[in-house]
Design a protein around this ligand. Structure first.
Ligand SMILES: NC(=O)c1ccc[n+]([C@@H]2O[C@H](COP(=O)([O-])OP(=O)(O)OC[C@H]3O[C@@H](n4cnc5c(N)ncnc54)[C@H](O)[C@@H]3O)[C@@H](O)[C@H]2O)c1
Length: 389
């Protein structure tokens, strides 16, 4: 395997270090994969960075973290710890831009550091971040590995869907995406403010939007039409709104027009003709989201369900009214994407990366097209949007 890669974590939150009910946790995958030395963890919440590091130093992979330091400033980390690669797990407002202090990717590109970047690429849209995309493209041309966290591209179930579609005459004809988020355990106030999280389409549905592009081809963006059910409009509001750390409703300080939509419905056409639709909700109770992607072809019906937890694929094949249900519960796409990232750096084979920056930007653009259309359609609701603080 050669010498260890020097890795740093930018952001000491849930995606990098895990959270109780969620399947993600890049640090644990790195520990299992090995061949890596962690040189630093940066988070402006220094206590959080120290705590994450202390927990790992007390864990089974302590050796991997023995030389690591916690930093409050990611610039200090880059200058002092000199990582070869970073895992960027930041709020969407804190990265993906060309100006300090939100220019993590630009700094890494200038320093020749490989990057694994969590989606969404930014809270801003593609036109406002075109300079970053151009810089990432140039960095990739110079040989940097840049991978974006659309992990379902590495799922065995999705690989199987692709194979089945290749054998299906005419390919996909219709795709339906469904994501209903369980909201009652989301206590982070920033998530409930569309200015800070980007909203549920950029943050959550983006994974399914990305798969729709991967399986059905590019979307004809002008065809996207969407509507949303607003928190502050008729039929809005939720019965079990969680409390933030201050003991008040997470929406307490969010003006009505910046609250998350309870539901979003969208339709579009892919360039090759396939019809697409999305239904996203922030409506379920508890912590487990319900996620499904369904594709219809000539004689074919495939339903991918619960890809985050107990992934299953039901298939009804052409010329066969029966079907089969395939289980992929032993598959871990989070591990596969990190493994591909490390392997691409070691081997220089960037084709192992299934979601590069430019491609991920197209999924971000698609998600933005849905959000923009849904927000435009908001004006057709009769109830005026209230703006309390
Ligand atoms: N691919 C997936 O399935 C998946 C899963 C979870 C999260 N995510 C994405 O990962 C990103 C991070 O999510 P999270 O759950 O870890 O959030 P989080 O809030 O738990 O953690 C983010 C951390 O970043 C820190 N931070 C803020 N500004 C910073 C800066 N400039 N430098 C360093 N640290 C900074 C915060 O203090 C916080 O500790 C989000 O964009 C989210 O959408 C992706």
């Amino acid at each position: 395997m050669g010498r260890d890669l020097r890795i740093a974590f930018i952001g000491a939150g849930g995606v990098n270090f895990g959270s109780p009910t969620k399947p993600w946790d890049h640090a644990t995958r790195l520990e299992k994969l090995g061949g890596v030395t962690v040189v630093g963890v940066a988070d402006p919440d220094m206590e959080k960075a120290q705590k994450a590091l202390a927990e790992r130093l007390a864990g089974p992979a302590r050796k991997m973290y023995a030389g690591a330091k916690a930093y409050a400033d990611e610039r200090a980390l880059l200058g002092e710890a000199r990582p070869e690669a970073v895992l960027i797990g930041l709020p969407p407002t804190a990265h993906g831009q060309s100006r300090p202090p939100h220019d993590m990717e630009m700094l890494c590109a200038a320093a020749g550091i490989h990057m694994f970047i969590e989606k969404p690429l930014s809270v801003l849209g593609p036109s406002e971040t075109a300079d970053v995309a151009a810089a990432m493209e140039a960095a990739a041309q110079r040989g940097l590995v840049i991978s974006v966290g659309y992990m379902f591209r590495y799922s065995r179930a999705v690989e199987k869907m692709r194979q089945i579609l290749d054998d299906c005459p005419g390919g996909p004809r219709a795709v339906s995406l469904r994501f209903d988020c369980a909201y009652t355990d989301i206590h982070r106030t920033s998530w409930w403010d569309i200015r800070r999280s980007g909203g549920p389409i950029l943050d959550q549905a983006t994974h399914l939007c990305d798969l729709a592009r991967m399986l059905c081809g590019e979307v004809d963006l002008p065809s996207v039409m969407a509507m949303q059910l607003n928190a502050a409009g008729p039929g809005g509001g939720l019965s079990h709104m969680p409390l933030g750390l201050d003991g008040r409703s997470v929406e307490q300080h969010v003006p009505g027009e910046f609250r998350l939509p309870m539901a979003t419905s969208a339709i579009w056409r892919h360039e090759q003709g396939t019809l697409g639709s999305l239904l996203h909700g922030v409506l379920l109770h508890g912590w487990k989201n319900e996620t499904e992607l369904e594709i219809w072809g000539d004689g074919l019906r495939m339903v991918l369900s619960d890809p985050y937890h107990s992934c299953q694929l039901s298939v009804r094949y052409p010329n066969n009214q029966g079907g089969e249900v395939l289980s992929f519960t032993d598959d871990d796409p989070f591990r596969s994407e990190i493994s591909a990232f490390l392997e691409a750096i070691r081997s220089g084979n960037r084709s192992l990366i299934r979601s590069g920056y430019a491609d991920a930007m197209r999924s971000h653009e698609f998600a933005w097209a849905i959000r923009r259309s849904a927000e435009g359609a908001r004006q057709h609701q009769h109830q005026p949007v209230t703006a309390e603080v």
